[in-house]
Design a protein around this ligand. Structure first.
Ligand code: FNR
Length: 391
């Protein structure tokens, strides 16, 4: 890890630095902006988001597949792992910055790709990208964003990765890849856990669909009528996504782009090995936030096995249930280069747009710095498996 000047812990959280362009004078005084001032932690944002969102949209964001056991397990796993802090280490300066796949970020907390940000706020992914930029961390933009690849790139001031779903029409995937390259995205992130959409029963009950005026802009840009999903989001995905995708697709992608390639959605160590054998640069240990196969094990538990199998041949990341600075430390101690956070950013976005997302990210930073200090880890290099208490 590159060492830069560290920061002292315990300084007051920085004032959100939302750009005047997107926040506007009036927006700062909205009930949402006032409400987030009372949030003590990232979890508090969910209640505000819930009160501000339409029920079907809240459920789309919050929900998981079937009985939501994996959704709960992701979060629960962090409560099952305990830390073994070291003492009498100089922690007067804490350094959280480091590289992810060659891009420098200010902390190992990245923004996971999530769909349809405009359901949370009219500025949608633009607000999220601006907040990630203000926090100097990386955002992964979803294929099914509600602003285009190019619009998000123009709003961003920090590195971006592009998350790719491969459609039956490979020409569409090629179109998306070429646009992401041209717009300056730093990596391609192929999501591999979604040959079909998981069974999200909240969405079924709510008959979830996109409201008029909000569309999957990347697909619209590529000439596909994505303004209406027809009967449901589920049937749309079933019609479009290529569920015949195999490891050949990874080799195909390798030939399509010079960008670093990240596979998102790996749980089994055997798959991690197959991925590194095909030269991927990064692996995200993920179960899609419990939205795909219900009953999949928690990502925090899967992480060390993947890290061991990869043995340094690729960078390993994880997501799922990360809500605390101590969660970040646990994931890093078990070998993750960085974590990604999905729903917390959506709650911040729903609560107060760009300012809300930035506040969420800054809370992660403050909690991470405190956790590192209390663990006796002044920099990321000091975080290793010896910090984990074995049962
Ligand atoms: C997602 N996720 C996701 N992943 C992906 O590769 N492409 C996508 O478009 C989406 N869309 C999406 C929408 C919503 C509402 C959620 C909650 C999640 C999964 C996401 O990238 C990530 O894996 C999880 O969100 C991580 O779990 P947490 O942080 O939400 O607990």
């Amino acid at each position: 890890m590159k060492r830069a000047r560290g920061k002292a812990v315990g300084r007051p959280a920085p004032k959100p630095r939302g750009s005047k362009r997107s926040l506007g004078a009036g927006r700062a005084a909205t009930p949402g902006a006032r409400a987030i001032a009372s949030c003590a932690n990232v979890l508090d944002f969910e209640a505000i988001a819930r009160s501000r969102l339409e029920r079907a949209f809240y459920d789309y964001y919050a929900g998981g597949a079937e009985d939501e056991r994996t959704l709960a397990a992701n979060r629960g796993a962090f409560a099952e792992v305990f830390l073994r802090p070291r003492v009498l280490v100089d922690v007067s300066r804490i350094q959280t910055a480091g590289p992810v796949l060659g891009s420098q970020v200010s902390m190992p907390v990245l923004v996971a790709p999530t769909a349809f940000h405009r359901l949370a706020h009219p500025d949608g992914e633009l607000a999220t990208a601006r907040a990630a930029g203000a926090a100097r961390t990386l955002m992964v933009a979803s294929t099914i964003a509600t602003y285009t690849i190019e619009e998000i790139a123009r709003a961003a001031t920090a590195p971006l990765w592009f998350q790719l779903y491969v459609y039956k029409d490979r020409g569409l995937a090629r179109n998306l890849i070429q646009r992401a390259e041209k717009a300056g995205y730093r990596a391609l992130c192929l999501t591999v856990d979604t040959p079909h959409l998981g069974s999200r029963e909240r969405d079924f009950r709510n008959r979830f669909t996109l409201p008029a005026g909000i569309e999957m802009r990347n697909l619209a840009e590529a000439g596909i009528d994505a303004s209406r999903l027809g009967d449901s989001f589920r049937s749309y995905v079933h019609r479009q996504l290529d569920c015949s995708l195999t490891w050949d697709a990874v080799e195909w992608l390798r030939g399509e782009t010079k960008l670093p390639l990240v596979l998102k959605g790996i749980i089994a160590a055997e798959d991690a090995v197959l991925a590194v054998e095909r030269g991927v640069d990064g692996i995200i240990v993920s179960n899609h936030g419990g939205r795909q196969l219900d009953g999949t094990e928690a990502t925090l538990h899967a992480l060390p096995r993947v890290v061991d199998a990869v043995a340094g041949r690729a960078e390993v990341f994880m997501d799922g249930g990360v809500r605390r600075g101590t969660d970040v430390v646990k994931a890093l101690a078990l070998g993750a280069r960085a974590v990604l956070v999905g729903r917390p950013c959506l709650w911040g976005l729903a609560a107060a747009g760009e300012e809300g997302v930035l506040r969420v990210l800054e809370m992660f930073r403050q909690e991470l710095m405190l956790a590192m200090a209390l663990c006796g880890c002044p920099d990321l290099g000091a975080i290793d498996r010896s910090l984990i208490a074995s049962a």
